[in-house]
Design a protein. Sequence first.
Length: 256
Amino acid sequence: MKTQTSAYWTNHFLTNSKINRIDWTLKPEISDSEKQNILKSLQAWQLGETSEGKHLINASKKYAKTINDEEYLEAVKLFIKEEQKHGNNLGKYLDLIKEKRVKKDWGDTLFRKIRYFNTNMELWTIAVITVESAAQIFYQALKDATNCTLLKQICTDILIDEAAHITFQRERLYIIFNQKSAFSKWIAYHAYSCFFICTSLMVWFAHKKLFKAGKLNFNRYMQKMKFKLTRVAGKDILFEDKEVSKSTMKINQSLI
C-alpha cells in the first residue's frame, strides 16, 4: 500500500480549507416530516463534530516525537480543524431552521469518556477510522432523507472531506500495523474488526430512524459497514506482505 508523507497531508488540508462548496445564501427548505426523521440525529452528530481534539493532539504529539515526524502533528491539527468545520456548518444549519444545538448526547458522552483515557495512536487511528466510516453512511443517508438543497450541499461537502480523512487515517493504520510481529498483527486485526462491528451496531441503534428515512435498512447498513471494514482494515490491505500473510495464516490454523 502506497502512503503519502505528512507534508502531503498538511498541504491537502490547507488547500481544501480554501474551497467553499456551500451556498449560504440559500434558504433552508425542510418539511416537518423530514425534520421529525432527522433532527435528533442531526443534533447529536453536530455535537460530536465540535470536539476540540485535545486528547487526539496529545496522542499525536507523543507519537510524532517517537517517529521523529513533527509534520504529522501539524497534519492532525488541520484534520481536527476540518472536522470542526463540519460541526460549525451543521450548527449554522440548526440555527437557520431555529432548532437548538444540544450539549449532551449519550453516544457522544460515551465516546468522549473513552477518549479521555486513550493516549495510544493505534487505538486513536482505528477509532477515528470506524467513526469516519459510519459518518460516510450517515451523511449519505441524511442527504437522501431530505429535499433541502442547502442541507444536501452541507452533506456533500462533508462526504468529500471524509473520503480524504479515511485515506489519511488508513495510511497511518497501515504504517503502525506493519511494525508489529505476525502474532501481534493477528491479534490487532481481529480486535479492529470486533471494535468496528460493535461500533457499527451502536451507530445503527442510535440513528436508525434517520437511516430508514434515507432508505437504508439494517441489512444494507451492515453490508455497507462491512464493505468499509474490508476497505480500511481488510487482510488484503493490512497483510500486504505475502510472507506476513503466510505467517499469519499458520497462526490462525494453529489456533483452530
